[in-house]
Design a protein around this ligand. Structure first.
Ligand code: ZN
Length: 507
């Protein structure tokens, strides 16, 4: 057994290095590469992808995993290993079995179809005409159904897809959490809508991009992002990528007229990066050295972005500097007015621009629709009507056309079904973790007001980051908070914060 484990680690190490090589090539494509180089770059990436797939699904890895006794019932194998080695076998088995169950023909077909669908989605969105995308989406749903069948599931095909992004999570568990959450969020949104809206004209002014960059860079560094092991660049869509144990990079984008969007992007990606930078030395350099699930990953970015970055205490510390940097734009704007502007709540059509309260409603809508499409309960042709009906019932608004409705996200065209729930799960985990943090460290606002964030980052490292993928999300959540995922903490956090921002109390 020991020898098999050693050999599996050797093979996994090569995969790990290849993955980071691919990340490097891909980072360059998104940030530095001249457009003209795109065609060969796509070939380079496809080649690496193919080599990695071959390595991962090789008979050798299959043999080693079965020698270690890993199977569906016991993915961690039967070896008498320590907790990290068991987790290592479990994660290798997971990757291997998911990849080897998909026939090459299906993988190629999905790649081909998503290529086509991307073009038709771009066209459809540009023309606000869903019918241009309908046929391609139908094929993508069909292929995803086939994929789920090959991977296997107990209750719902959605489980097999969701598991790729949120390992060991099921659709029924998500439903159990999203059901009451949706009602509570819709109710809070409706109560806020009855109140006087906060003033935001001053954050819509023009803010020079170079100053935004200087300020945003300073903020992420102060929060704990280590520029000695990473860097910040500009890309079309902000992202975080790990190129090596000591190389976790973030990107952002700035727009003169969207000062808050750029800043909160920086903080958000910084949160993702600090997670990956914080994995324990004992698991560095192998498959465990990464976020355990997209939901937990998102909990780290949203914790820093929303719970810290949009808190009053944060702006007590940073507003004087912000005001000095942008004196013309913020002239006569008090801290209180600025804080409220940062936390404006309003039902809107576009998910990525949504505030903290309404954001998860956009996700719940997508989750329910994906599930219904996959099971065949919802025909793709009825999708726009269904979308609008649900928008009306959850957010009380109906988009004027499909480009600000059902066509707004790239995910479905890219074949990503089962991805959306992780965004909302992140909000829930973040609030639940913060509750535990406060139980142990005391008032987080007070720490933030001190301007020294190291005890907050230290707590996250000790309780979450250092473990990487050692504990599955559910187990990690129980270890950190003493219970499994519970949406009450998030609602409690929102009620408290927005009760104060909008003066909801006493009504
Ligand atoms: Zn994120």
């Amino acid at each position: 057994m020991k020898e098999s484990l050693g050999n599996l680690k050797k093979a996994a190490r090569e995969l790990y290095l290849l993955e980071h090589t691919q990340a490097t090539v891909s980072w360059d494509q998104e940030t530095q590469m001249p457009d003209a180089a795109n065609e060969e770059r796509s070939d380079q990436l496809a080649l690496l992808e193919g080599i990695m797939h071959q390595k991962l699904t090789s008979p050798e890895i299959g043999r080693l995993l079965s020698a270690l006794g890993a199977d569906d019932e016991k993915p961690e194998g039967k070896g008498n290993f320590d907790i990290e080695d068991k987790a290592f076998v479990r994660e290798m088995y997971r990757s291997y079995s998911r990849a080897s169950r998909l026939p090459e023909k299906l993988v190629t077909e999905i790649a081909r179809q998503t290529g086509l669908a991307h073009s038709s989605w771009v066209e459809a969105r540009k023309n606000a005409d869903f019918s241009l995308f309908e046929e391609d989406l139908e094929k993508i749903i069909e292929l995803n159904r086939e994929k789920a069948g090959k991977i296997g599931y107990k209750d719902h095909p959605y489980d097999a897809l969701l598991d790729e992004y949120e390992p060991w999570m099921t659709a029924s568990k998500v439903e159990e959490v999203f059901g009451p959450l949706g009602k509570n969020l819709a109710d809070l949104t409706a109560r806020i809508a009855k109140k006087k809206q906060v003033e935001t004209s001053f954050v819509e002014k023009k803010y020079p991009v170079d100053k935004q960059n200087a300020f945003g860079t300073k903020v992420v560094e102060k929060l704990g992002y280590d520029f000695g092991r990473g860097r910040l660049d500009i890309s079309a869509h902000p992202f975080t990528t790990t190129l090596g144990t000591n190389d976790v990079r973030i990107t952002t984008r700035y727009d003169e007229s969207l000062v808050l969007s750029g800043l909160f992007s920086n903080i958000h990606e910084g949160g993702h990066a600090m997670y990956e930078m914080g994995v324990g030395e004992n698991i560095q350099g192998n498959i465990l050295a990464a976020g355990v699930s997209l939901g937990i990953h998102e909990s780290q970015s949203r914790f820093w972005e929303n719970m810290i970055g949009r808190s009053r205490a944060f702006w007590e510390i940073f507003y004087p500097d912000f005001q000095k940097t942008f004196s013309k734009q913020t002239e006569g704007v008090s801290l209180d007015d600025f804080y409220k502007a940062v936390n404006r709540v309003e039902p809107s059509f576009i998910r990525v621009e949504a505030d903290e309260v309404t954001y998860s409603l956009h996700v719940i809508l997508r989750f329910e629709i994906e599930k219904a499409m996959l099971s065949g309960d919802l025909k793709v042709s009825s999708l726009p009507d269904e979308w609008n009906r649900r928008m009306k019932s959850l957010l009380g608004i109906v988009p004027a056309d499909d480009s600000e409705g059902v066509l707004q996200d790239v995910h479905w065209s890219a074949g990503l079904i089962g991805y959306f729930p992780t965004y909302a799960l992140g909000n829930l985990y973040a609030a639940q973790f913060m509750n535990s943090m406060e139980n142990q460290l005391g008032d987080v606002g007070k720490i933030v007001r001190s301007g020294d964030f190291s005890s907050i980052l230290g707590w996250l490292r000790e309780n979450i980051h250092q473990y990487g993928r050692v504990y599955p999300a559910e187990k990690l959540c129980r270890r950190v908070t003493g219970e499994s995922l519970n949406p009450d903490y998030f609602m409690h956090y929102l009620e408290n914060k927005y009760g104060e921002v909008y003066g909801l109390r006493g009504n």
